[in-house]
Design a protein around this ligand. Structure first.
Ligand code: CP
Length: 335
């Protein structure tokens, strides 16, 4: 396995399968090993979190370790990540020192750093995550960056495997209306991982809400290699036809980074239309409903769907714990 865990496309299919198998063993308690005994893992949060923070802290504890939680600009110093900057403004410490110091205390560093949704061409390159990876002497675990949320995607793939078994499934990733633009990390990682698993992926979104071109190219390449397919649709009704999995997520338009009010105006016509409801679910193949959470009820998904027996959102969140234990255990083994 790679030195760090930054995105699933750095893993080959066998490594993804190994992680899912390992996570299932942690979940069933067949694996009760404690590879973090006597060790610490740093968790760096630039942004809020419920699932990621709680599941990482619990996971580190269950692996025998200690979590050091830091919030730059809150419980630790404000951080600069750019190269060659004269640091005479509001940033107190550079990532170059921050991660190397933490590496002297901790065996791995998790980092959450969302897109600011301000400068598309810069943020699509994941500059803060890459600065952490560049300077760190210990593995970096991506806990959601501007472009990727691989821990979420691994839990998603584990949940599909648990609920629907092995083999190729028809999987829909559907954009949903939300009152404000959100980052693309979750849809990017879900699309990539679903393609890597050889599923037939349908990505549905209104025109203007395309994912990153390079990400789509990589997703198509991965799907072809794994025997799956990628279809893109702008039709929120027919996209649901015959699918086994409905994965809902809202994201902002890359055309409106730095202009949130324009995005809000552009998406206004899609309210009430781009929502996962009972009528759309009825077009699917008795599909499971998935969302990474947090979710706005009756905005992204109706109460009727999220409260139905098709909804697996709580299991999906639980699986974050098991899969992250597997990721940490394997990273330590590999390093
Ligand atoms: N799905 C997810 O990452 O949840 P949090 O933002 O609460 O961590």
């Amino acid at each position: 396995m790679a030195k760090s865990f930054l995105k699933t496309s750095e893993l080959v299919r066998d490594e993804i399968e190994t992680l899912i198998t390992s996570a299932l063993k942690f979940k069933s308690s067949e694996d009760q090993s404690q590879p973090l005994a006597g060790k610490s893992v740093a968790l760096v949060f630039f942004n809020p979190s419920l699932r990621t923070r709680a599941s990482m802290q619990v996971g580190i504890y269950e692996l025998g370790g200690n979590a050091v939680v830091l919030e730059p600009g809150g419980t630790s110093w404000t951080l600069e990540h750019r190269e060659g900057v004269v640091m005479d403004s509001d940033k107190t410490e550079h990532v170059a020192e921050f991660v190397r110091v933490l590496g002297r205390y901790c065996v791995a560093i998790g980092v959450r750093t969302f897109a600011a949704l301000e400068k598309w061409e810069e943020e699509r390159l994941d500059p803060i995550l890459n600065a952490f990876a560049k300077y760190s002497d210990v593995p970096i675990i991506n806990l959601e960056s501007a472009m990727h949320h691989p821990c979420q995607a691994m839990a998603d793939m584990m949940t599909i495997r648990e609920r629907l078994g092995e083999g190729r499934k028809k999987v829909l990733l559907t954009w949903a209306w939300h009152p404000k633009p959100l980052p693309m990390a979750v849809p990017n990682s879900f699309a990539l991982a679903a393609a890597q698993m050889g599923h037939d992926l349908v990505i549905a979104h209104p025109a203007g809400y395309e994912l990153d071109d390079e990400l789509i190219e990589e997703t198509r390449k991965q799907a072809a290699a794994a025997g799956g397919s990628v279809t893109i649709s702008n039709d929120v009704e027919s996209a649901f036809d015959g699918v086994d999995v409905v994965y809902a997520k809202s994201w902002g338009s890359k055309n409106f980074y730095g202009a949130p009010d324009q995005d809000i105006s552009a998406r206004a016509p899609y309210r009430d239309k781009w929502i996962v409801d009972e009528a759309k679910m009825a077009r699917a193949n008795s599909a499971i409903f998935m969302h990474c959470l947090p979710v706005r009820r009756n905005v992204i998904v109706t109460d009727g769907v999220i409260d139905s027996s098709s909804s697996v959102v709580i299991e999906e969140a639980e699986n974050r714990l098991h899969v992250q234990k597997a990721i940490m255990a394997h990273l330590l083994e590999g390093n």
